[in-house]
Design a protein around this ligand. Sequence first.
Ligand code: MV4
Length: 491
Amino acid sequence: MKYFEKLLIANRGEIAIRIMRACRELDIDTVAIYSDADKNALHVKYADEAFHVGEAHPSKSYLNMERILDIAKKSGAEAIHPGYGFLAENYRFAKLCLDENVIFVGPRWKTIKAAGSKIDSKQMMKDNAVPVIPGTEGGIRTISEAKKVALEIGYPVIVKASAGGGGIGMQIVQDEKTLEDAIAASQRIAQSAFGDATVFIEKYLIQPRHIEFQVLADEHGNAVHLYERECSIQRRHQKLVEEAPCSIMTPELRSRMAQSALKVVEASGYTNAGTVEFLYSNGNYYFMEMNTRLQVEHTITEFITGVDIVKQQLAIAAGETLPFEQKDLSIRGHAIECRINAEDPTNNFSADPGKIVRYRSPGGPGIRIDSGIHMGYTISPIYDSMIAKLCAWDSTRDDAIKRMRRAISEYIILGVKTTLPLHYAIMNNQQFVNGNTHTHFLQEEHILNTLERYTRDEETRMQTLAGSFQQGKKVAAISAAVNLYLQQKKD
Ligand code: MV4
């Protein structure tokens, strides 16, 4: 039974290919769109049909709603999968699809809209007995009210933008003296970034963990969760390493958090795949936000549950009933994802686009790579710097870490700087191995400071090796760099 005859993928790179792979297995024809910068991209070659969508800049191509819907109609695609980023959480696009009789693979547009307001979604969760971080009820109206609330919950507090995302406009406030200025700053940033100056206050949690639950809900009132992912290791609100399950999870905590996640689904009338994000601190967890898209890190959930999340999204969008209940699901083993970005981790993660002159990806048991690049491919500076997702699965966390180290040492990417050396250092960090991760892990562990000293050495070695490359030497180069790092940590 075919869910659709033809699907348009309104995205590029690895996620476009990931979605097309599901379609290939489901016998659904695929329609790619591509910008001027992506004429030779892998997602275009993979698709059954491809249409030029516009100029390189996203606003002229992957964000051009009317043009994308035109292509859907011209090609005869019945549905559009938005992937992540671009139009994935744009409720106007979801609404436009509905108006134009094209199925949007995702939740209803009103759900996407509601999830976009942090204040409203937080209030809805509170009304449904889901724990939320103590703070102002709704937006801040007056400074005296803000001061009163901050005093009640106790400093430090954090000022956040209701329309915000990615930490934009967030201000941490240590005492009452700086509260008024912080609110003004947050409002100013929120206004210019989102056109909405509404801000609110919460108790600031020190070094929380980011734990999120994957959920699936069909259009017939059935919902399940696919357990949790821990995504604490990040820099500037961009995740770098994710794992599933969370290393500190207990059956009791999992059961409470999963119940809250499903409460969120029920309260918001959620359908399709989604993620409920929580912050965890000192044994307590709090709802933070709902992500209404397929996430980058869905791969590790697929590893531990065996569920193909993209296929389920397509089934749900076609009106199918979920083929399993909660009791049919369980966790098998442990999975880790490392995001490989074309950027320099020793230079503030500055993007390093360019041509891939040597490329060989790892393989073997328990390894999965989702990538849109290949040997000879030129990474454009216009789009996101993530070039590959390296995932490792094994039966235990320790074994998954060892497998990830092995896979990283097999990986050859030359021509651009990547986050690979950083990942190798993280996989060898004792606190990571012990499962002691939190949102300030990279700063706290001083991994970046130390990384700078040895990556230059490795860089030189890699340049030398680039001519006559030998796998063994590459492994030696990385190990030498990491040994140096570990030694410096001991000093
Ligand atoms: C917080 C917090 C501590 N206390 N809220 C960052 C992004 C935005 N979605 C929410 N964020 C945070 N909110 C309170 N009350 C710490 C963070 C935070 C964070 C959260 C998740 C993942 C990484 C983070 C990195 C820095 C700060």
